[in-house]
Design a protein around this ligand. Sequence first.
Ligand code: PAF
Length: 282
Amino acid sequence: MIVHSNHHSLHQALTAHRKDNLLVGFIPTMGHLHAGHIALVRHAQRSDTVRVVSIFVNPLQFGQNEDYARYPRTIETDCALLTQEGVEHLYAPSTNDLYPNIHHHTRINIPHIGAILCGRSRPNHFVGVATIIVKLLNIVRPETVFLGKKDYQQFILITQLVIDLCMDVKVVGVETVRESDGLALSSRNAYLSPSARRIAPVIYRTLVDTQKQLKAGERNFTLLCAQGTKQLQNADMTVDYYEIRNTNDLSEANSQSTEVIILVAVVLAQTRLIDNMIYRLT
Ligand code: PAF
């Protein structure tokens, strides 16, 4: 695996691959890689494709009181994992390579998706995500970009920005990978103390319970969300939101909805965790 610390070197390497008619599959990450990331890497594997993984903890998508400084950075073990997977290129830039002047540069905003759900309590988060993704896509110019569906709002936001900005890239969402007790894999799980870790699977169990009620024919979404919220609160979680929305654009679910997603964000012992579950109504 070739490790690039600046975008010029990556650009050069990819230009050479393109001359050999190879396609580029891109997996953007913030590192501290786990089985969820490896699922993306494996999804991207094809004989006609070189895979590029990026590792960059993007300061722009963290709020002032959030965990940018303590976000886990494990570049050596990440490199070992990616090498094992046969990844051809790792782009691990410095902040300066991507933001030579972090205070004066273009921002990308997708207000109708960026302001709801996680965007309500993390007001600039999705501007940060959208901005870095446009920069990374412009550098890598992949045919396909692979994203985890655990961050479903991010997946929809990026799908939308690619359409809105006429970018010629296919966005592929990959299913969430879970621990055996249902907890969705996330780099932030590393923050959980043993006791918080024991409680955390309640998130998954709550989603499953709501899904069961949808399967049984319950269509009072307000009631279902209130019940889900209560269940999480009973497990000592602070609920940021528990909502049922349409999968295609995250608009609010109603009686016309055909496929919905139950989305949740909680804070458990100071750690913010998100998860979701999709259900087809018809
Ligand atoms: O999901 C992530 O790890 C990040 O939000 C992403 C997509 C790499 C942008 O920084």
